[in-house]
Design a protein around this ligand. Sequence first.
Ligand SMILES: C[S@@+](CC[C@H](N)C(=O)[O-])C[C@H]1O[C@@H](n2cnc3c(N)ncnc32)[C@H](O)[C@@H]1O
Length: 292
Amino acid sequence: MAGAPPVLLERLRRRVLSPLFDRLGYDLVPAAPDWSHRPVSAREVDRLLAAAAGHMARDLSACGIETDEDVPALVRRFWDLIPTAPVRQRRGGSGFNGALQLYVAMCALKPDIVIESGVFRGLTTWVIRQARPEAEIFCHDPDLSGLQYRDPGARYSTADWSGADWSGIDPARTVAFFDDHVAQGRRVIEARALGLTRLVFDDDAAGHRIHAHGGPAHPTIAMIREPVEGAEPIRWRRNGRLFEQPADDPVAREAAAGIRLAHAFDDLHRATGYSPARLTYVALHPLPEAGA
Ligand SMILES: C[S@@+](CC[C@H](N)C(=O)[O-])C[C@H]1O[C@@H](n2cnc3c(N)ncnc32)[C@H](O)[C@@H]1O
């Protein structure tokens, strides 16, 4: 379980390191996960959980995902579980809201096989494992050096998932989770080629919001679903670098043809106070039967 930072280190940070970093133009803050701050009075906990569960139930229903489990009970189970997460992260990976949505989605979708692309410290692998204790999990990330949680039952690879051999998996029992900062349009096309139909994406953003995302994975699902009108591309600047998403993008067009349904979950910020989640569920059209 991720505890509080050691007292001496924290004192050193506040008195010496932080002022120094400040002068250099950096913020030095402890990697305390957002869930280490939480209401402790029963009424406030109940309100938070009820609000989150309400959104989650509506989102699952909008995705056409049926669950035989009680959504408020799932949300409460996650509330009790998340303080035991073995990963400390404040930035660069999921916070409370994203982790909650992934947990509830995986509990409801019940995959036996999960492909995770974009692992980082391993928080989302841990979340998937909590939701699906018996699932086969395949973790892909070119850089596994930062792992704080290595799942004993998962298979890890630094190769891109698109180059792996998936001939043995049953697409109907599989869910792929993409949080890898690779073009979401490309991931849709790759997943469809394998016959996968159930995908979860992090960091889906519309054109007017994508400037807030690091390593933006465009075209995003939102851009694919709502192509820009006219010839002007979507342009944004991040950390001094200019990015551009063409108005007419063949990748976006091909991906759009494969998508049956895409639903961006509520960001849960108003419900829980934690930083907004950005998860989107995508259902693909099944591949036509061979010879059809
Ligand atoms: C936002 S982090 C993942 C966070 C993690 N899912 C979580 O919420 O805790 C993005 C990760 O994508 C990885 N990445 C970059 N290119 C990738 C690729 N082609 N395939 C898989 N992962 C990739 C990066 O190394 C980084 O660890």
